[in-house]
Design a protein. Structure first.
Length: 407
């Protein structure tokens, strides 16, 4: 409402009052037009931005060992705490060794008997060798003595093998961990009967430090990445520099970076994707096998990227992505832009802007193309230079870009 002060006069006509109010409104509108509206702008320049993609995945143990019974018997005791860290070759269970100790003793006795017979038959063969040379015995008798010595020698060898097998079976009564890792719940209790033929599962040990993260990437994204690298739009990163960051299920960032181990060469025909595997250190056991995570993988460096804060990106009536720019004479211009992904709180603009453009980021809703404004430079977002693994320092990496589509 236009308000003005009229000189005190007792009588005014309605026409005079209307003319006075109209003049006051026109004066205020002219004053407003002469005072440009202040808007916050960010001056954009090409800069190197680490281009990353975010992929869903799950964690899996680095090593998994299922502990099975290798002999039949009664479990006498369990010698570990469920959920504890166990060492390789640490005894986990004790199976009743009595029948296997008896078998070992019997095998040893059989071996001793065979060894004693070997001494006798060897001596007989040696005597017959002298006698047959003097024609005191027939050649047939000597041949029989040599054959008997060979048979007993074979019995000795079989006896040694039987003793070794009995020792192995006796050793299997000590059920040990094949790897170092965390052991889960016990599948058997003391007093349970386990069987080697049934391969009774007794427990499972998993090594989770380091730990694997398996993710999938669509072939469409894979082909796009290769095209960008081939065309020079992205600068390739060396294989030893491909680091990966994890976003956990609660949205928090895993504090340690991993590295890409390999990319599968076979495409899953049902999903049209390929499998990628990364490996992460896990000293505090934060990551557990089977957890759902999102992995952020660096794809390359875009040296000509322009970053525009999200507040400066708008849409026109047709849904095209646009931005308001302060042009010549401080007049607002509407630009149609192309965005590819986000980098923190900014959009990566691929086309539509040029070096030095002043993009309006505050007061966007209060201005329109052609209006004169007063631009006030805003502090640009920091941390976009690719000095660290995600465009920031190594000590405190910033969150990398996701693979979001243009707004």
């Amino acid at each position: 409402m236009c308000v003005g002060r009229m000189p005190f006069t007792p009588i005014y006509t309605a026409a005079a009052i209307a003319a006075w109010m109209l003049a006051g409104c026109q004066q205020q509108q002219q004053t407003a037009q002469q005072t440009p509206f202040e808007v916050g702008v960010v001056t954009v320049h090409p800069q190197g931005v680490m281009v990353s993609t975010e992929l869903p995945g799950r964690t899996s143990a680095f090593l998994v060992a299922q502990v099975h019974a290798r002999v039949d018997g009664i479990v006498l005791r369990r010698e570990f705490k469920e959920g504890a860290l166990v060492k390789a070759n640490q005894r986990l269970y004790k199976i009743d060794p009595a029948p296997y100790q008896v078998a070992l003793d019997s095998a040893r006795a059989t071996l001793q008997k065979a060894e004693a017979n070997l001494v006798s038959t060897a001596a007989q063969a040696a005597r017959d060798k002298v006698l047959v040379a003097a024609n005191a015995i027939s050649k047939q008798d000597y041949d029989n003595a040599v054959a008997a010595e060979g048979q007993v020698a074979a019995d000795v060898a079989a006896g040694k093998a039987a003793v070794e097998a009995a020792q192995i079976n006796l050793g299997y009564t000590d059920v040990t961990s094949p790897i170092t890792g965390t052991i889960g719940a016990s599948s058997v209790t003391p007093g349970a009967y386990v069987q080697a033929s049934a391969a009774t599962l007794m427990a499972t040990v998993q090594q989770t430090d380091p730990i694997y993260v398996d993710v999938t990437q669509s072939t469409v994204d894979l082909l796009r990445l290769r095209h960008e690298l081939t065309s020079g739009q992205l600068q390739a990163i060396g294989p030893n520099e491909v680091k990966v960051q994890l976003v956990l299920e609660d949205g928090s960032i895993y504090p340690l970076d991993g590295k890409l181990e390999f990319t599968d060469i076979t495409v899953d025909q049902t999903t049209g994707s390929v499998k990628l595997r990364a490996i992460f250190p896990n000293p505090r056991q934060i990551l557990l096998p089977g957890m759902f995570v999102r992995a952020r993988l660096r794809e390359g460096i875009n040296q000509q990227a322009m970053l525009v804060p999200e507040t400066g990106v708008t849409h026109d009536a047709a849904g095209a992505t646009t931005a308001l720019v302060v042009g010549a004479g401080n007049k607002v211009e509407l630009r149609t832009i192309t965005t590819s992904r986000t980098e923190g709180d900014d959009w990566v603009v691929d086309s539509g802007l040029k070096d030095g453009d002043k993009v309006i980021v505050t007061g966007v809703q209060k201005v329109q193309p052609g209006v004169m404004v007063k631009p006030i430079e805003q502090l640009a977002a920091a941390g976009h230079a690719p000095s660290g693994p995600y465009g920031a320092s190594e000590d405190s990496p910033a969150a990398p870009a996701s693979s979001a589509q243009a707004p």
